[in-house]
Design a protein around this ligand. Structure first.
Ligand SMILES: [Zn+2]
Length: 284
């Protein structure tokens, strides 16, 4: 265990820029729903939490849902600046707003080629789109061209949870099965489905079993609360396809790892999930 250098595949900046300015009511309501504090912290405080947990590297994601939320983005430039400050700790993932069309494609190209980011993340619930909508296929074509992995949110989201109308968010966009079509149409594209995809866990497991280019991230939930089927597949048939992630600052890395160790996975499986699978997906 001590030789493992964990890589967190999915985290957010804990700063005011993301949590308050970009997050607005969506993150405020998510925090209330999860009963957690969203007091902004610095990147240095974030790194202290990762040092305490013994986590080596962290994928940190930008945020752009300007069309649907009207809130300012946490830009790709902002993330690139964090990566430049701590290049041996952070791996930056871009965010582009799919409704911006040509601009989204140009933003992605700049983020990868000029800013040095390594992937892109989508949040279909808040960005309000079906990932298999052909209008967005040019973005995936660009991902293939740039040879970058792409992350999609899966399952119930805390954003808008617990308030009337769920802040207008539709859960339908987060069903895993739409990504099966994207994985089929873009075999060269590496897709990471984020979070245990409740209430469609079996759906995402089936896609991960069937499509070699589809991976499951385990962030956003403490492992002790994972659906039982997910634990069973992560331990066995999908041990090469599951990735450690926290969704920091919503879950602290030390807490996640403590909970994960309680599952009693073999050392070989832990090494795959905590480090090796991420190295393969990220090409590092
Ligand atoms: Zn997240």
């Amino acid at each position: 265990m001590s030789l493992i250098k964990p890589i967190d595949i999915h985290a957010h900046p804990p700063t005011e820029d993301y949590l308050i300015r970009s997050g607005g009511k969506y993150i405020k309501h998510a925090a209330e729903y999860f009963r957690i504090s969203i007091k902004p912290r610095s990147i240095e405080e974030m790194l202290e939490a990762y040092d305490r947990a013994g986590v080596d590297r962290i994928v940190i994601v930008a945020w752009d849902a300007e069309t649907t939320t009207g809130l300012p983005k946490t830009s790709n430039e902002y993330i690139a600046e964090i990566v430049d400050r701590y290049p041996d700790r952070f791996i930056g993932f871009a965010s582009v707003d799919p409704w911006k069309g040509e601009i989204a494609i140009r933003d992605l190209e700049v983020a990868i080629r000029d800013l040095g980011l390594s992937g892109v993340k989508f949040q279909q619930a808040i960005q309000a789109f079906f990932p298999n909508d052909r209008r967005f296929y040019p973005i995936y074509e660009k991902c293939v061209e740039l040879k970058i992995p792409v992350q999609f949110h899966l399952g119930m989201t805390g954003a808008g949870a617990g308030v009337r109308g769920g802040d207008g968010i539709r859960l339908k966009y987060t069903r895993p099965i739409y990504l099966d079509e994207v994985a089929a149409d873009f075999p060269e594209l590496t897709i990471i489905g984020l979070h245990p995809s409740w209430p469609w866990q079996e759906e995402s497991i089936a896609i991960a079993m069937h499509k070699a280019n589809f991976y499951l991230d385990l962030s956003g939930w403490l492992p002790t609360y994972f659906p039982e089927t997910l634990v069973r597949y992560a331990r066995t048939l999908l041990k090469d396809k599951c990735l450690f992630g926290t969704d920091y600052p919503f879950i602290d890395p030390e807490r996640w790892l403590y909970s994960f160790n309680k599952l009693g996975f073999e050392d070989e499986v832990k090494e795959l999930i905590l480090e090796k699978n991420a190295r393969r997906v990220l090409g590092i």
